[in-house]
Design a protein around this ligand. Structure first.
Ligand code: GRF
Length: 261
């Protein structure tokens, strides 16, 4: 059983999606054991309270990063956490915590990394930048955290086509276009993050590091080798189906369009 600790700072929809995977019995060998949040108003804490999962508030203000992260590590250790998932966490991870959870800490980004992965670019601005740039394709990425912020080894990605209607809307109703794209990407974030957790729990992810020399530099390339056969994919799709049905229903209730393109 892999104990998972989640670090979140805000809305918590990715955390809720993970909770649903647990409730619906989709995860195998995964136990969501603790949520840590650093913003006392974060909506994510309500989802934890309703589900009965332990949650801790850790205030980052007035502390240096090392002290703050040591506090996080103490909580994670007390819940025997093996895998840490950042889900809308608004702090950069320092080298001490990174070393402790090297290739055992994941994050999700609402674009196809390495595109639109600059430091400080949060979800809304990522989608705005993508629309601004005129990309035809965007999506989401689950990756292992390293000290480079959004450049860690990529685990899973899902592409989302930018709709012509969103491009047109962007000129006249900017926020609506951003919201539409953001919702359509989020739908897939909620699916691939849990898939990545399941892959980790089955020990199917391996980070390979290669050092190459080019005319400018010595670079270390880190890639993830994933043991993911067609058969596994098929079985996972079947297992995840109840979540997708739950998600479609929830999306419709919220008045959002379930356009899965
Ligand atoms: C998501 O779009 C995620 O990709 C990004 O921050 C957002 C968090 O959303 N890192 P939520 O708090 O999980 O709803």
């Amino acid at each position: 059983m892999v104990n998972v600790g989640i670090l979140a700072s805000g809305r918590g929809s990715n955390f809720e999606a993970m909770l649903q995977h647990q409730k619906l019995g989709i995860f195998q060998g995964v136990n969501l054991s603790v949520l840590i949040y650093n913003n006392p108003e974060a909506r994510v804490k309500d989802a934890a309270a309703e589900s009965g999962i332990a949650s801790h508030f850790v205030d980052h203000s007035g502390k240096d990063r090392t002290d703050f992260e040591r506090q996080l590590a103490t909580i994670l250790d007390s819940h025997d956490v093996q895998l840490v998932c950042l889900a809308g966490w608004d702090r950069v991870i320092g080298s001490e915590l990174f070393q402790k959870y090297r290739w055992r800490m994941m994050n999700i980004h609402p674009a196809l990394l390495p595109s639109f992965g600059w430091k400080g670019l949060n979800a809304r601005y990522v989608h705005e930048a993508a629309l601004e740039y005129g990309v035809k394709l965007t999506g989401c990425t689950v990756f292992f955290v390293d000290v480079s912020v959004e450049k860690g080894p990529i685990i899973l990605q899902h592409p989302v086509r930018v709709l012509e209607s969103e491009r047109e809307m962007f000129a006249a109703k900017r926020e609506e276009a951003i919201q539409s794209l953001s919702d359509r990407v989020l739908l897939h974030e909620h699916r691939i993050y849990s898939k990545a957790i399941q892959l980790y729990a089955e020990d199917r992810l391996r980070v390979e590091e290669t050092t190459t020399h080019d005319e400018h530099d010595i670079r270390t390339i880190r890639a993830v080798a994933t043991d993911l056969s067609d058969d596994w994919e098929k079985k996972w799709s079947e297992r995840q189906r109840p979540f997708i049905e739950w998600q479609r229903k929830q999306w419709t209730e919220l008045g959002k369009t379930v356009n899965e393109e």
